[in-house]
Design a protein around this ligand. Structure first.
Ligand SMILES: *[C@@H]1O[C@H](CO)[C@@H](O)[C@H](O)[C@H]1NC(C)=O
Ligand SMILES: *[C@@H]1O[C@H](CO)[C@@H](O)[C@H](O)[C@H]1NC(C)=O
Ligand SMILES: *[C@@H]1O[C@H](CO)[C@@H](O)[C@H](O)[C@H]1NC(C)=O
Ligand SMILES: *[C@@H]1O[C@H](CO)[C@@H](O)[C@H](O)[C@H]1NC(C)=O
Ligand SMILES: *[C@@H]1O[C@H](CO)[C@@H](O)[C@H](O)[C@H]1NC(C)=O
Length: 553
Protein backbone atom coordinates (compact mmCIF):
# COMPACT_ATOMS: atom_id res chain seq x y z
CA UNK A 1 0.00 0.00 0.00
CA UNK A 2 2.69 2.48 0.94
CA UNK A 3 4.86 1.51 -1.97
CA UNK A 4 1.84 2.02 -4.16
CA UNK A 5 1.20 5.49 -2.79
CA UNK A 6 4.74 6.53 -3.41
CA UNK A 7 4.59 5.19 -6.95
CA UNK A 8 1.64 7.42 -7.54
CA UNK A 9 3.91 10.30 -6.65
CA UNK A 10 6.89 9.48 -8.82
CA UNK A 11 5.48 10.34 -12.26
CA UNK A 12 4.70 13.88 -11.16
CA UNK A 13 8.34 14.68 -11.34
CA UNK A 14 8.55 13.90 -15.00
CA UNK A 15 5.59 15.81 -16.26
CA UNK A 16 6.25 19.36 -17.07
CA UNK A 17 3.86 21.18 -14.81
CA UNK A 18 2.14 23.76 -16.99
CA UNK A 19 -0.64 24.43 -14.54
CA UNK A 20 -0.21 24.69 -10.81
CA UNK A 21 -1.15 27.44 -8.47
CA UNK A 22 1.66 29.89 -7.68
CA UNK A 23 2.35 30.32 -3.95
CA UNK A 24 -0.13 32.41 -2.00
CA UNK A 25 0.58 36.06 -1.46
CA UNK A 26 1.57 36.38 2.21
CA UNK A 27 -0.38 39.59 2.75
CA UNK A 28 -4.14 39.89 2.96
CA UNK A 29 -5.88 43.15 3.74
CA UNK A 30 -9.47 43.84 4.61
CA UNK A 31 -9.57 47.15 2.75
CA UNK A 32 -7.32 48.43 -0.07
CA UNK A 33 -3.95 47.92 1.53
CA UNK A 34 -5.24 48.63 5.04
CA UNK A 35 -5.86 46.40 8.08
CA UNK A 36 -3.58 43.69 6.86
CA UNK A 37 -2.49 40.30 8.06
CA UNK A 38 0.91 38.97 7.11
CA UNK A 39 1.81 35.30 7.24
CA UNK A 40 4.48 33.10 5.74
CA UNK A 41 3.96 30.47 3.07
CA UNK A 42 3.41 27.81 5.75
CA UNK A 43 0.51 29.81 7.15
CA UNK A 44 2.12 30.09 10.60
CA UNK A 45 5.31 31.53 12.01
CA UNK A 46 7.47 29.59 14.51
CA UNK A 47 5.15 30.55 17.36
CA UNK A 48 2.05 29.83 15.22
CA UNK A 49 0.93 33.44 15.20
CA UNK A 50 0.26 35.61 12.17
CA UNK A 51 0.83 39.36 12.41
CA UNK A 52 -1.24 42.45 11.82
CA UNK A 53 -0.29 45.78 10.30
CA UNK A 54 -2.42 48.78 9.51
CA UNK A 55 -0.94 49.39 6.10
CA UNK A 56 1.00 47.76 3.30
CA UNK A 57 2.72 49.73 0.53
CA UNK A 58 4.17 48.49 -2.75
CA UNK A 59 6.91 50.81 -4.04
CA UNK A 60 8.02 50.10 -7.62
CA UNK A 61 11.14 52.29 -7.76
CA UNK A 62 13.78 53.55 -5.36
CA UNK A 63 12.20 57.01 -5.41
CA UNK A 64 8.89 55.55 -4.30
CA UNK A 65 10.71 53.55 -1.67
CA UNK A 66 12.31 56.75 -0.35
CA UNK A 67 8.88 58.30 -0.22
CA UNK A 68 7.25 55.47 1.75
CA UNK A 69 10.11 55.25 4.24
CA UNK A 70 9.99 59.02 4.63
CA UNK A 71 6.25 58.91 5.33
CA UNK A 72 6.70 56.15 7.87
CA UNK A 73 9.59 57.90 9.60
CA UNK A 74 7.68 61.17 9.73
CA UNK A 75 4.78 59.35 11.40
CA UNK A 76 7.21 57.44 13.64
CA UNK A 77 5.63 54.23 12.45
CA UNK A 78 7.14 50.81 12.97
CA UNK A 79 8.07 49.38 9.58
CA UNK A 80 9.12 45.97 8.24
CA UNK A 81 9.81 44.60 4.82
CA UNK A 82 7.84 41.69 3.45
CA UNK A 83 8.67 39.79 0.27
CA UNK A 84 6.52 38.17 -2.39
CA UNK A 85 7.26 34.70 -1.05
CA UNK A 86 7.64 35.05 2.74
CA UNK A 87 9.37 31.75 3.36
CA UNK A 88 10.94 32.48 6.75
CA UNK A 89 9.55 30.49 9.64
CA UNK A 90 10.75 33.10 12.11
CA UNK A 91 8.83 36.34 12.53
CA UNK A 92 11.04 38.48 10.31
CA UNK A 93 8.09 39.77 8.29
CA UNK A 94 6.20 41.04 11.34
CA UNK A 95 5.97 44.68 12.27
CA UNK A 96 4.70 45.59 15.71
CA UNK A 97 0.96 45.59 15.55
CA UNK A 98 -1.86 47.89 14.68
CA UNK A 99 -0.16 51.13 13.71
CA UNK A 100 2.65 49.63 11.65
CA UNK A 101 3.64 49.79 8.00
CA UNK A 102 4.67 46.88 5.81
CA UNK A 103 6.80 47.62 2.79
CA UNK A 104 6.49 44.91 0.15
CA UNK A 105 9.28 44.34 -2.37
CA UNK A 106 6.94 42.45 -4.68
CA UNK A 107 7.15 45.10 -7.41
CA UNK A 108 10.84 45.79 -6.93
CA UNK A 109 11.66 42.81 -9.07
CA UNK A 110 13.78 44.12 -11.93
CA UNK A 111 17.24 43.15 -13.03
CA UNK A 112 18.93 46.53 -13.54
CA UNK A 113 22.24 45.76 -15.21
CA UNK A 114 24.83 43.12 -15.95
CA UNK A 115 28.49 44.04 -16.25
CA UNK A 116 30.15 41.31 -18.28
CA UNK A 117 33.69 42.58 -17.71
CA UNK A 118 33.39 42.85 -13.96
CA UNK A 119 31.10 39.80 -13.97
CA UNK A 120 28.50 41.40 -11.73
CA UNK A 121 24.74 41.73 -11.78
CA UNK A 122 22.74 44.51 -10.17
CA UNK A 123 19.17 43.74 -9.19
CA UNK A 124 16.39 45.18 -7.09
CA UNK A 125 15.90 43.42 -3.79
CA UNK A 126 12.59 41.77 -4.69
CA UNK A 127 14.16 39.83 -7.57
CA UNK A 128 13.78 36.09 -7.04
CA UNK A 129 16.71 33.72 -6.92
CA UNK A 130 15.33 32.09 -10.03
CA UNK A 131 15.29 35.34 -11.97
CA UNK A 132 18.81 36.24 -10.88
CA UNK A 133 20.20 32.86 -11.95
CA UNK A 134 18.41 32.98 -15.30
CA UNK A 135 19.39 36.54 -16.14
CA UNK A 136 23.01 35.85 -15.21
CA UNK A 137 23.01 32.66 -17.31
CA UNK A 138 21.81 34.57 -20.37
CA UNK A 139 25.05 36.57 -20.11
CA UNK A 140 27.11 33.40 -19.66
CA UNK A 141 27.59 34.02 -15.96
CA UNK A 142 26.86 31.99 -12.85
CA UNK A 143 26.21 32.61 -9.18
CA UNK A 144 28.38 30.28 -7.15
CA UNK A 145 26.43 29.85 -3.93
CA UNK A 146 22.75 30.03 -3.15
CA UNK A 147 20.07 27.99 -1.43
CA UNK A 148 18.27 25.21 -3.32
CA UNK A 149 14.83 26.79 -3.36
CA UNK A 150 14.10 29.31 -6.11
CA UNK A 151 11.22 31.01 -4.34
CA UNK A 152 13.31 33.43 -2.31
CA UNK A 153 14.17 37.04 -3.01
CA UNK A 154 17.56 38.68 -2.97
CA UNK A 155 16.63 40.84 0.03
CA UNK A 156 15.16 37.84 1.83
CA UNK A 157 18.22 35.65 1.26
CA UNK A 158 20.45 38.40 2.62
CA UNK A 159 18.34 39.13 5.65
CA UNK A 160 18.34 35.49 6.73
CA UNK A 161 21.86 34.46 5.71
CA UNK A 162 20.64 31.87 3.18
CA UNK A 163 23.45 29.72 1.83
CA UNK A 164 24.67 26.72 -0.15
CA UNK A 165 27.34 24.16 0.74
CA UNK A 166 31.11 24.39 0.33
CA UNK A 167 34.27 24.40 2.38
CA UNK A 168 36.47 25.40 -0.50
CA UNK A 169 37.87 28.79 0.46
CA UNK A 170 39.46 29.85 -2.81
CA UNK A 171 36.23 31.04 -4.39
CA UNK A 172 34.51 33.01 -1.62
CA UNK A 173 32.05 32.18 1.12
CA UNK A 174 29.15 29.74 1.39
CA UNK A 175 26.31 32.23 1.69
CA UNK A 176 24.61 34.33 -0.95
CA UNK A 177 25.48 37.52 0.96
CA UNK A 178 29.20 36.73 0.75
CA UNK A 179 29.02 37.58 -2.97
CA UNK A 180 27.42 40.99 -2.50
CA UNK A 181 29.83 43.75 -3.50
CA UNK A 182 27.55 46.75 -3.18
CA UNK A 183 24.08 47.54 -1.98
CA UNK A 184 21.77 50.47 -1.59
CA UNK A 185 19.71 50.66 1.59
CA UNK A 186 16.97 53.18 2.28
CA UNK A 187 17.10 54.30 5.91
CA UNK A 188 15.08 56.62 8.11
CA UNK A 189 16.72 60.05 8.38
CA UNK A 190 16.41 63.40 10.12
CA UNK A 191 13.77 66.01 9.14
CA UNK A 192 16.38 68.08 7.26
CA UNK A 193 16.99 65.06 5.03
CA UNK A 194 13.29 64.68 4.46
CA UNK A 195 13.09 61.69 6.77
CA UNK A 196 14.71 59.14 4.46
CA UNK A 197 18.01 58.62 2.74
CA UNK A 198 19.73 56.15 0.42
CA UNK A 199 23.01 54.74 1.66
CA UNK A 200 25.44 53.20 -0.76
CA UNK A 201 27.33 50.44 0.99
CA UNK A 202 30.40 48.83 -0.52
CA UNK A 203 34.04 47.95 0.10
CA UNK A 204 34.86 51.58 0.94
CA UNK A 205 33.48 51.00 4.41
CA UNK A 206 33.99 47.40 5.43
CA UNK A 207 32.28 47.81 8.79
CA UNK A 208 29.07 48.99 7.14
CA UNK A 209 29.33 46.33 4.45
CA UNK A 210 29.89 43.41 6.81
CA UNK A 211 27.14 44.63 9.11
CA UNK A 212 24.70 45.02 6.21
CA UNK A 213 25.33 41.67 4.56
CA UNK A 214 22.99 39.99 7.04
CA UNK A 215 20.85 42.57 8.81
CA UNK A 216 17.54 40.83 9.64
CA UNK A 217 15.84 43.83 8.04
CA UNK A 218 16.64 46.12 10.99
CA UNK A 219 18.72 48.65 9.01
CA UNK A 220 16.00 49.79 6.63
CA UNK A 221 14.94 48.56 3.20
CA UNK A 222 17.48 47.01 0.85
CA UNK A 223 16.78 48.67 -2.47
CA UNK A 224 19.43 47.33 -4.85
CA UNK A 225 22.17 44.74 -4.66
CA UNK A 226 25.22 44.08 -6.83
CA UNK A 227 26.41 40.49 -6.79
CA UNK A 228 29.72 39.02 -7.89
CA UNK A 229 29.29 36.28 -10.47
CA UNK A 230 31.77 34.15 -12.37
CA UNK A 231 31.98 32.57 -15.81
CA UNK A 232 29.44 29.81 -16.27
CA UNK A 233 30.78 26.43 -15.25
CA UNK A 234 29.44 22.91 -15.06
CA UNK A 235 28.95 20.61 -12.15
CA UNK A 236 29.16 16.87 -11.94
CA UNK A 237 26.95 15.18 -9.34
CA UNK A 238 26.92 11.57 -8.18
CA UNK A 239 24.99 10.25 -5.21
CA UNK A 240 26.19 7.22 -3.30
CA UNK A 241 24.24 5.44 -0.58
CA UNK A 242 26.08 3.52 2.15
CA UNK A 243 25.53 2.39 5.75
CA UNK A 244 26.09 5.20 8.25
CA UNK A 245 28.74 3.33 10.25
CA UNK A 246 31.66 5.54 9.20
CA UNK A 247 29.94 8.91 9.30
CA UNK A 248 32.09 10.27 12.13
CA UNK A 249 35.29 9.30 10.32
CA UNK A 250 34.31 10.50 6.86
CA UNK A 251 32.26 13.64 7.33
CA UNK A 252 35.23 15.97 7.34
CA UNK A 253 37.09 14.25 4.52
CA UNK A 254 34.01 14.39 2.29
CA UNK A 255 33.72 18.14 2.85
CA UNK A 256 37.37 18.69 1.95
CA UNK A 257 37.22 16.53 -1.15
CA UNK A 258 34.33 18.06 -3.15
CA UNK A 259 33.73 21.71 -3.81
CA UNK A 260 29.94 21.37 -3.42
CA UNK A 261 29.89 18.42 -1.02
CA UNK A 262 26.74 17.54 0.86
CA UNK A 263 25.38 14.61 2.84
CA UNK A 264 22.01 13.25 3.79
CA UNK A 265 21.92 11.15 6.92
CA UNK A 266 18.99 8.93 7.89
CA UNK A 267 19.87 7.97 11.48
CA UNK A 268 17.00 5.56 12.20
CA UNK A 269 17.38 3.85 8.84
CA UNK A 270 21.15 3.74 9.37
CA UNK A 271 21.75 5.15 5.90
CA UNK A 272 24.03 7.81 4.57
CA UNK A 273 23.93 9.42 1.13
CA UNK A 274 27.06 11.15 -0.10
CA UNK A 275 26.62 13.86 -2.68
CA UNK A 276 29.84 13.96 -4.65
CA UNK A 277 29.51 17.25 -6.38
CA UNK A 278 32.26 19.19 -8.05
CA UNK A 279 33.02 21.67 -10.76
CA UNK A 280 34.01 20.42 -14.21
CA UNK A 281 35.06 22.15 -17.40
CA UNK A 282 32.41 23.71 -19.63
CA UNK A 283 33.59 21.61 -22.54
CA UNK A 284 32.66 18.32 -20.89
CA UNK A 285 29.37 17.24 -22.43
CA UNK A 286 26.26 17.06 -20.30
CA UNK A 287 23.00 18.94 -20.18
CA UNK A 288 21.76 17.69 -16.84
CA UNK A 289 19.41 19.54 -14.56
CA UNK A 290 18.27 19.27 -11.01
CA UNK A 291 14.60 19.68 -10.22
CA UNK A 292 14.68 18.90 -6.51
CA UNK A 293 11.90 16.42 -5.87
CA UNK A 294 10.73 17.96 -2.60
CA UNK A 295 10.07 21.27 -4.36
CA UNK A 296 7.87 19.97 -7.15
CA UNK A 297 4.18 20.77 -7.22
CA UNK A 298 1.75 18.00 -6.39
CA UNK A 299 -2.01 17.54 -6.76
CA UNK A 300 -3.88 18.83 -3.72
CA UNK A 301 -5.82 15.56 -3.41
CA UNK A 302 -2.64 13.61 -3.09
CA UNK A 303 -1.21 16.03 -0.52
CA UNK A 304 -4.37 15.80 1.56
CA UNK A 305 -4.20 12.02 1.45
CA UNK A 306 -0.53 12.04 2.50
CA UNK A 307 -1.24 14.44 5.35
CA UNK A 308 -4.18 12.42 6.69
CA UNK A 309 -2.10 9.28 6.67
CA UNK A 310 0.71 11.05 8.48
CA UNK A 311 -1.62 12.55 11.10
CA UNK A 312 -3.08 9.14 11.79
CA UNK A 313 0.30 7.51 12.21
CA UNK A 314 1.46 10.34 14.47
CA UNK A 315 -1.65 10.31 16.65
CA UNK A 316 -1.60 6.55 17.06
CA UNK A 317 2.15 6.60 17.68
CA UNK A 318 2.76 4.08 14.92
CA UNK A 319 6.53 4.40 14.72
CA UNK A 320 6.81 0.99 13.04
CA UNK A 321 4.65 2.18 10.15
CA UNK A 322 6.52 5.44 9.85
CA UNK A 323 9.79 3.51 9.67
CA UNK A 324 8.46 1.31 6.86
CA UNK A 325 7.21 4.33 4.97
CA UNK A 326 10.49 6.20 5.49
CA UNK A 327 12.37 3.18 4.20
CA UNK A 328 10.19 2.87 1.09
CA UNK A 329 10.29 6.54 0.29
CA UNK A 330 14.04 6.96 0.70
CA UNK A 331 14.75 3.78 -1.30
CA UNK A 332 12.63 5.07 -4.19
CA UNK A 333 14.69 8.23 -4.20
CA UNK A 334 17.74 6.42 -5.51
CA UNK A 335 15.89 5.50 -8.73
CA UNK A 336 15.08 9.10 -9.46
CA UNK A 337 17.97 10.64 -7.60
CA UNK A 338 16.25 13.47 -5.78
CA UNK A 339 15.14 14.97 -9.07
CA UNK A 340 18.39 14.86 -11.06
CA UNK A 341 18.08 14.21 -14.78
CA UNK A 342 20.74 13.91 -17.46
CA UNK A 343 18.87 15.94 -20.06
CA UNK A 344 16.05 17.76 -18.31
CA UNK A 345 13.57 14.90 -18.51
CA UNK A 346 15.24 11.54 -17.95
CA UNK A 347 17.74 10.11 -15.51
CA UNK A 348 19.90 7.39 -16.97
CA UNK A 349 23.03 7.26 -14.88
CA UNK A 350 25.81 9.03 -13.00
CA UNK A 351 27.56 11.32 -13.13
CA UNK A 352 24.95 13.91 -13.97
CA UNK A 353 26.73 16.84 -15.56
CA UNK A 354 25.06 20.14 -16.23
CA UNK A 355 25.42 23.87 -16.07
CA UNK A 356 25.57 25.53 -12.68
CA UNK A 357 22.42 27.50 -13.54
CA UNK A 358 20.50 24.23 -14.09
CA UNK A 359 21.97 22.32 -11.17
CA UNK A 360 22.02 24.67 -8.18
CA UNK A 361 18.43 25.57 -7.38
CA UNK A 362 14.91 24.71 -8.46
CA UNK A 363 11.19 25.11 -7.89
CA UNK A 364 10.10 25.42 -11.48
CA UNK A 365 6.34 25.65 -11.17
CA UNK A 366 6.63 28.96 -9.31
CA UNK A 367 5.43 31.00 -12.24
CA UNK A 368 3.17 28.44 -13.87
CA UNK A 369 -0.42 29.18 -14.77
CA UNK A 370 -3.07 29.34 -12.09
CA UNK A 371 -5.12 26.13 -11.79
CA UNK A 372 -7.36 26.99 -8.87
CA UNK A 373 -5.35 25.08 -6.24
CA UNK A 374 -5.62 21.71 -8.02
CA UNK A 375 -1.83 21.43 -8.00
CA UNK A 376 0.24 23.26 -5.41
CA UNK A 377 3.58 23.44 -3.71
CA UNK A 378 3.67 20.66 -1.04
CA UNK A 379 3.49 23.10 1.88
CA UNK A 380 0.85 25.44 0.47
CA UNK A 381 -1.22 26.47 3.47
CA UNK A 382 -4.38 27.11 1.46
CA UNK A 383 -5.05 23.37 1.15
CA UNK A 384 -4.60 20.41 3.46
CA UNK A 385 -0.93 19.71 2.87
CA UNK A 386 2.39 19.29 4.62
CA UNK A 387 2.81 21.13 7.90
CA UNK A 388 6.26 20.89 9.37
CA UNK A 389 9.01 22.64 11.22
CA UNK A 390 12.68 22.91 10.44
CA UNK A 391 15.52 23.04 12.92
CA UNK A 392 18.76 24.21 11.36
CA UNK A 393 22.08 25.12 12.93
CA UNK A 394 25.78 25.21 12.11
CA UNK A 395 28.18 23.50 14.49
CA UNK A 396 31.91 24.32 14.62
CA UNK A 397 33.84 21.59 12.81
CA UNK A 398 35.68 20.50 15.96
CA UNK A 399 32.36 19.68 17.69
CA UNK A 400 30.78 17.72 14.87
CA UNK A 401 32.09 14.30 15.87
CA UNK A 402 30.74 14.67 19.40
CA UNK A 403 27.35 15.74 18.12
CA UNK A 404 27.01 12.82 15.72
CA UNK A 405 28.16 10.37 18.38
CA UNK A 406 25.49 11.70 20.75
CA UNK A 407 22.76 11.31 18.13
CA UNK A 408 23.88 7.76 17.48
CA UNK A 409 23.61 7.06 21.24
CA UNK A 410 20.03 8.33 21.18
CA UNK A 411 19.20 6.03 18.29
CA UNK A 412 20.59 3.12 20.31
CA UNK A 413 18.13 3.90 23.10
CA UNK A 414 15.16 3.91 20.73
CA UNK A 415 16.03 2.83 17.18
CA UNK A 416 12.70 3.95 15.71
CA UNK A 417 12.68 7.37 17.32
CA UNK A 418 14.01 9.25 14.31
CA UNK A 419 11.99 7.53 11.56
CA UNK A 420 9.69 10.56 11.44
CA UNK A 421 12.70 12.69 10.72
CA UNK A 422 13.97 10.22 8.11
CA UNK A 423 10.60 10.41 6.39
CA UNK A 424 11.34 14.12 5.92
CA UNK A 425 14.64 13.23 4.31
CA UNK A 426 16.75 12.88 7.46
CA UNK A 427 19.50 15.34 8.29
CA UNK A 428 20.57 17.53 5.41
CA UNK A 429 24.25 18.13 6.14
CA UNK A 430 26.00 21.06 4.49
CA UNK A 431 29.44 22.57 4.78
CA UNK A 432 29.61 26.18 5.88
CA UNK A 433 32.61 28.43 5.73
CA UNK A 434 33.78 31.31 7.89
CA UNK A 435 33.25 34.65 6.23
CA UNK A 436 33.02 38.31 7.01
CA UNK A 437 29.33 39.11 7.69
CA UNK A 438 28.92 40.07 11.35
CA UNK A 439 25.74 37.98 11.70
CA UNK A 440 26.97 35.23 9.40
CA UNK A 441 29.03 32.17 10.27
CA UNK A 442 32.42 33.14 11.68
CA UNK A 443 33.82 29.64 11.87
CA UNK A 444 34.22 26.68 9.60
CA UNK A 445 31.29 24.47 10.40
CA UNK A 446 28.80 21.84 9.40
CA UNK A 447 25.13 22.66 9.17
CA UNK A 448 22.51 20.14 10.24
CA UNK A 449 18.98 20.67 9.08
CA UNK A 450 16.07 18.44 9.99
CA UNK A 451 12.40 18.69 9.18
CA UNK A 452 9.60 17.08 11.13
CA UNK A 453 5.86 16.85 11.27
CA UNK A 454 4.04 19.62 13.07
CA UNK A 455 0.60 19.07 14.52
CA UNK A 456 -2.11 21.56 13.63
CA UNK A 457 -3.06 21.42 17.31
CA UNK A 458 -0.38 23.12 19.43
CA UNK A 459 -1.27 21.01 22.46
CA UNK A 460 -0.37 17.73 20.77
CA UNK A 461 3.33 16.93 20.99
CA UNK A 462 4.76 15.12 18.01
CA UNK A 463 5.86 11.54 18.26
CA UNK A 464 9.28 11.30 19.95
CA UNK A 465 9.32 15.04 20.54
CA UNK A 466 11.69 14.40 23.45
CA UNK A 467 14.31 12.99 21.10
CA UNK A 468 14.00 15.86 18.67
CA UNK A 469 14.27 18.43 21.45
CA UNK A 470 17.27 16.67 22.89
CA UNK A 471 19.01 16.88 19.51
CA UNK A 472 17.99 20.53 19.14
CA UNK A 473 19.39 21.42 22.56
CA UNK A 474 22.61 19.48 22.12
CA UNK A 475 23.23 21.11 18.78
CA UNK A 476 22.47 24.63 19.94
CA UNK A 477 23.72 24.68 23.50
CA UNK A 478 26.10 21.79 24.12
CA UNK A 479 27.91 22.07 20.77
CA UNK A 480 27.57 25.80 20.15
CA UNK A 481 25.38 25.70 17.02
CA UNK A 482 24.48 28.94 15.25
CA UNK A 483 20.79 28.88 14.31
CA UNK A 484 19.67 29.76 10.78
CA UNK A 485 17.85 33.12 11.05
CA UNK A 486 14.95 32.12 8.83
CA UNK A 487 14.26 28.70 10.32
CA UNK A 488 14.05 27.19 13.82
CA UNK A 489 11.80 27.42 16.84
CA UNK A 490 12.29 30.46 19.06
CA UNK A 491 14.24 28.46 21.62
CA UNK A 492 17.14 28.41 19.15
CA UNK A 493 17.61 32.15 19.60
CA UNK A 494 18.09 32.23 23.36
CA UNK A 495 21.20 34.38 23.95
CA UNK A 496 22.10 33.97 20.30
CA UNK A 497 23.94 37.30 20.02
CA UNK A 498 26.50 36.04 22.51
CA UNK A 499 27.59 33.59 19.83
CA UNK A 500 28.58 36.43 17.49
CA UNK A 501 31.81 38.15 18.44
CA UNK A 502 31.01 41.17 16.24
CA UNK A 503 27.45 41.65 17.48
CA UNK A 504 28.45 44.91 19.19
CA UNK A 505 29.72 46.35 15.91
CA UNK A 506 26.49 45.29 14.24
CA UNK A 507 24.43 47.07 16.87
CA UNK A 508 26.49 50.25 16.46
CA UNK A 509 25.80 50.35 12.74
CA UNK A 510 22.13 49.71 13.48
CA UNK A 511 22.11 52.81 15.71
CA UNK A 512 23.60 54.93 12.93
CA UNK A 513 21.23 53.66 10.25
CA UNK A 514 18.01 53.62 12.25
CA UNK A 515 18.48 55.47 15.55
CA UNK A 516 14.80 55.24 16.52
CA UNK A 517 14.63 51.52 15.81
CA UNK A 518 11.66 51.98 13.48
CA UNK A 519 12.68 48.90 11.50
CA UNK A 520 13.06 46.79 14.63
CA UNK A 521 10.25 44.64 15.97
CA UNK A 522 9.58 42.87 19.24
CA UNK A 523 11.00 39.76 17.65
CA UNK A 524 14.22 41.33 16.37
CA UNK A 525 14.73 43.17 19.66
CA UNK A 526 14.42 39.94 21.62
CA UNK A 527 16.68 38.02 19.27
CA UNK A 528 19.31 40.76 19.28
CA UNK A 529 19.25 40.80 23.07
CA UNK A 530 17.94 44.37 23.25
CA UNK A 531 14.53 43.97 24.86
CA UNK A 532 12.11 41.20 25.83
CA UNK A 533 12.33 37.43 25.77
CA UNK A 534 12.63 35.10 22.84
CA UNK A 535 10.52 32.40 24.45
CA UNK A 536 7.23 32.56 26.24
CA UNK A 537 5.96 30.18 28.90
CA UNK A 538 2.54 29.01 27.95
CA UNK A 539 0.35 25.93 27.62
CA UNK A 540 1.59 23.45 25.06
CA UNK A 541 4.99 22.27 24.21
CA UNK A 542 6.05 24.25 21.21
CA UNK A 543 7.42 27.43 22.67
CA UNK A 544 9.03 26.83 26.00
CA UNK A 545 12.33 25.20 26.60
CA UNK A 546 11.96 21.80 28.16
CA UNK A 547 15.03 20.08 29.40
CA UNK A 548 14.85 16.34 29.06
CA UNK A 549 17.72 14.17 30.15
CA UNK A 550 18.47 10.80 28.68
CA UNK A 551 20.72 8.18 30.12
CA UNK A 552 23.30 7.37 27.50
CA UNK A 553 24.36 3.73 27.88
C1 LIG B 1 7.21 41.72 -11.00
O1 LIG B 1 6.15 41.53 -10.11
C2 LIG B 1 4.85 41.84 -10.64
C3 LIG B 1 3.86 41.67 -9.51
O2 LIG B 1 3.94 40.39 -8.93
C4 LIG B 1 4.57 40.92 -11.82
O3 LIG B 1 3.32 41.27 -12.38
C5 LIG B 1 5.68 41.06 -12.85
O4 LIG B 1 5.48 40.12 -13.89
C6 LIG B 1 7.05 40.81 -12.21
N1 LIG B 1 8.11 41.09 -13.15
C7 LIG B 1 9.07 40.22 -13.38
C8 LIG B 1 10.14 40.69 -14.31
O5 LIG B 1 9.10 39.12 -12.85
C1 LIG C 1 38.52 21.95 -22.32
O1 LIG C 1 38.77 23.02 -21.43
C2 LIG C 1 40.05 23.02 -20.88
C3 LIG C 1 40.15 24.19 -19.91
O2 LIG C 1 38.95 24.50 -19.33
C4 LIG C 1 41.12 23.10 -21.94
O3 LIG C 1 42.38 23.02 -21.33
C5 LIG C 1 40.92 22.00 -22.92
O4 LIG C 1 41.83 22.17 -24.00
C6 LIG C 1 39.52 21.97 -23.45
N1 LIG C 1 39.32 20.80 -24.28
C7 LIG C 1 38.77 20.88 -25.46
C8 LIG C 1 38.61 19.58 -26.20
O5 LIG C 1 38.35 21.93 -25.94
C1 LIG D 1 16.21 12.71 -22.73
O1 LIG D 1 16.66 11.42 -22.99
C2 LIG D 1 15.66 10.45 -23.18
C3 LIG D 1 16.32 9.10 -23.41
O2 LIG D 1 17.54 9.01 -22.82
C4 LIG D 1 14.80 10.84 -24.35
O3 LIG D 1 13.73 9.90 -24.50
C5 LIG D 1 14.23 12.22 -24.15
O4 LIG D 1 13.51 12.64 -25.28
C6 LIG D 1 15.35 13.20 -23.89
N1 LIG D 1 14.80 14.51 -23.58
C7 LIG D 1 15.30 15.62 -24.11
C8 LIG D 1 14.63 16.90 -23.68
O5 LIG D 1 16.24 15.63 -24.87
C1 LIG E 1 19.65 21.55 -22.30
O1 LIG E 1 18.53 21.50 -21.42
C2 LIG E 1 17.76 22.66 -21.37
C3 LIG E 1 16.67 22.44 -20.36
O2 LIG E 1 17.08 21.67 -19.28
C4 LIG E 1 17.19 22.96 -22.74
O3 LIG E 1 16.47 24.18 -22.70
C5 LIG E 1 18.31 23.05 -23.78
O4 LIG E 1 17.76 23.18 -25.06
C6 LIG E 1 19.17 21.81 -23.74
N1 LIG E 1 20.31 21.98 -24.62
C7 LIG E 1 20.74 21.00 -25.40
C8 LIG E 1 21.94 21.31 -26.22
O5 LIG E 1 20.19 19.91 -25.46
C1 LIG F 1 11.58 37.04 30.51
O1 LIG F 1 11.83 35.78 31.12
C2 LIG F 1 12.19 35.86 32.47
C3 LIG F 1 12.59 34.47 32.95
O2 LIG F 1 11.68 33.50 32.48
C4 LIG F 1 11.03 36.46 33.28
O3 LIG F 1 11.41 36.61 34.62
C5 LIG F 1 10.67 37.84 32.69
O4 LIG F 1 9.54 38.34 33.32
C6 LIG F 1 10.42 37.73 31.19
N1 LIG F 1 10.23 39.06 30.63
C7 LIG F 1 9.25 39.37 29.80
C8 LIG F 1 9.24 40.78 29.29
O5 LIG F 1 8.40 38.56 29.45
Amino acid sequence: MMQECWNVGVPFLFFFVAYSSPPANPISCSFKGRNCIVANSYGAFSDRATCVSSLVVYPTTEDELLYVVSEGTHARQKMRVVTRFSHSMTKLACADGENSRLISTEYQNKTLSINKDAMTITVESGVSLRQLIEDAAKAGLALRMAPYWWGLTVGGMMSTGAHGSSWEGGHGGTAFHDYVTEMRIVNPAAPDERYATVRIINGNDLIELDASRVSLGVFGVISQVTVQLELMFKRSITYMTVKDTDLVETIERHGRRYEFAELTWYPSLGKLVYRMDERVSMNISGNGSYNYIFFTAKPSDYLAFERSREEEMELQRKSEKICTLAHDVTSSLSYIPYGLTNNGTTYDGYPVIGKQSDMMSSGGYLDSKEDGLATVCPWDSRVKSQFFHKTTFTIPVENVKGFITDIKSLVKIEPKALCGLDLYNGFLIRYVQAYSAYLGSKFEGVEFEFTYCRSRDPLIPRMHQDFLEEIEQMGLFKYGGLPHWGKNRNVAFINVVEKYKDAALFLEVKKTFDPLGLFSSEWTNAVLGLRGNVTVDTEGCWRSLTVIKFKVP
